[in-house]
Design a protein around this ligand. Structure first.
Ligand SMILES: *Cc1c(COP(=O)(O)O)cnc(C)c1O
Length: 457
């Protein structure tokens, strides 16, 4: 049979789109460790979690057994407005690299929020609405999550309060205005609107904020305001579940043409896009049906997997959130201010942490000038202006394709292109002007943060 020519873009029909999310935990022999109450160190009960999160989302968070969970029709209809996302064969990149490797990427940047985060924000907003809530609170760093949540809330008529890390609030005014266009209130964090914020401002009046601090503020407002809950854009099990739509679509598109990836690559901040992309492939691997090489790529300036510790840690700076067992650098860790592109969270998804600890996936780290070099190379041949976060995956995909050129192996590579970089031109400017640096934390620095991990016994 003549080899079928693979199109540049493989799309699914609406009728081929997933109707269920896939919960990889159901196929894991070693389940991710449970969230613990920070006071008692006992596993968080559904009731305790319900003070912070919507009840249907609590059920999803705690469900380690149900493999397939129905995507409610209203969410499926919302998905249809911007999905299926294309699976692209990177013919131009292959040509430019002169590699025998076949490179595919799943592009999640084709929506106004510019990233995959809309896949989970619509789900979380839907369950909040279903519960009869008035609104939700959250934090945002680089701004993609806040934007995605604002879009979902405006669609469903929910109020949305976003605590935005102060330095981003000031440096990325356009992100802020996109959120306000969708009706969200955007508050620079730390702020005087919360007790946590007032305390931090009293101690550090000049602080430009951090993600951990913004989380503490958003959680405080959610638990003290009737009719509100807190939502989070990454790390949690429920977020990986929603993001499985990425992998399910990618696998369905590849199956249509009988393509099997040898290597699957994704950037890893809190782990949601990578967890979503790999989930159906990892399911096959866990069930012994197929094997794949899976690589998480993180910044050398915030190396949770490659230099972190697998331990229980706080999710926020205020230490009011549950403890999660994850690869972590310590909740006080703040990446260098010179680190430009997202992926700044100190911890990693408990699901991915367990899979990594069990040797089912690999991790590697890259420095930011190498990341921007790959971003620019990719933009110049594939056309898309990639987000700095996504460009971590591009870097390693290019490196693997170059290895194939050296060995002559025709490997099939799939990577996640999570978003576009239009709001990151300040970082691109630093790269073009040659003033971007490659800060790597020293062992001593990391040891200091490791020492602050909570003592568990
Ligand atoms: C948030 C974000 C990431 C990192 O988050 P994960 O939860 O690790 O996926 C990566 N790329 C883009 C474009 C993002 O917005």
């Amino acid at each position: 049979m003549a080899e079928q020519k693979i199109p540049y873009k493989i799309y699914l029909n609406e009728s081929e789109m997933p109707t269920k999310w896939y919960n990889v935990r159901a196929d894991m022999k070693n389940k991710p460790a449970p969230l613990l109450n920070p006071g008692t160190h006992e596993p968080m009960t559904a009731e305790e979690l319900s003070a912070v999160f919507c009840s249907d989302l609590v059920a999803q968070e705690l469900d380690n057994d149900t493999a397939y969970i129905e995507i409610p029709e209203e969410i499926r209809n919302f998905y249809k407005m911007y999905r299926p996302s294309p699976l692209v064969r990177a013919y131009c990149l292959e040509e430019k690299l002169q590699t025998p490797a076949k490179i595919y990427y799943k592009f999640e940047g084709n929506n106004t929020s510019g990233s995959h985060k809309l896949n989970s924000s619509i789900a979380q907003a839907y369950y909040a609405k279903k519960q009869g809530l008035k609104g939700v609170t959250t934090e945002t760093g680089a701004g993609q999550w806040g934007t995605a949540l604002s879009m979902a809330c405006s669609y469903l008529g929910l109020d949305c309060k976003v605590y935005m890390v102060k330095c981003s609030y000031e440096q990325k005014p356009f992100r802020r205005e996109v959120m306000r266009t969708y009706g969200a209130s955007v508050i620079p964090s730390p702020s005087m609107t919360t007790q946590v914020g007032q305390k931090i401002l009293a101690e550090h009046p000049d602080t430009t904020g951090s993600l951990g601090c913004a989380i503490s503020e958003a959680v405080e407002v959610a638990v003290t305001t009737p009719g509100y809950r807190y939502v989070l854009g990454s790390v949690l099990n429920q977020v990986l579940l929603h993001q499985s739509v990425i992998g399910l679509e990618a696998k369905a598109a590849m199956d249509k043409y009988g393509i099997k990836p040898d290597i699957i690559i994704g950037c890893a901040g809190g782990g949601s896009n990578l967890g979503g992309l790999i989930s159906p492939f990892m399911g096959e691997k866990l069930r012994g049906e197929a094997d794949y090489r899976i690589i998480a790529v993180e910044p050398a300036s915030c190396p949770s997997f490659t230099r972190g510790t697998y331990a229980y840690d706080f999710c926020d700076t205020g230490m009011i959130c549950p403890l999660a067992k994850m690869y972590t650098l310590g909740c006080d860790f703040i990446p260098s201010a010179n680190h430009a592109g997202g992926l700044r969270y100190h911890g990693m998804s408990p699901v991915l942490s367990q899979l990594y600890d069990d040797g089912l996936m690999e991790a590697t780290s890259v420095v930011q000038t190498d990341v921007f070099e790959a971003a620019e190379y990719f933009a110049r041949c594939e056309g898309i202006l990639p987000a700095p976060e996504s460009s971590h995956a591009i870097r390693v995909a290019i490196d693997e394709a170059i290895k194939c050129k050296e060995t002559g192996e025709e490997k099939t590579i799939l990577f996640g292109l999570t978003g576009t970089g239009y709001f990151d031109m300040y970082a691109y400017e630093k790269f073009h002007d040659g003033v971007m640096d490659d800060y790597i934390p020293s062992d001593e620095e990391l040891a200091k943060y490791r020492a602050s991990l909570p003592k568990m016994d």
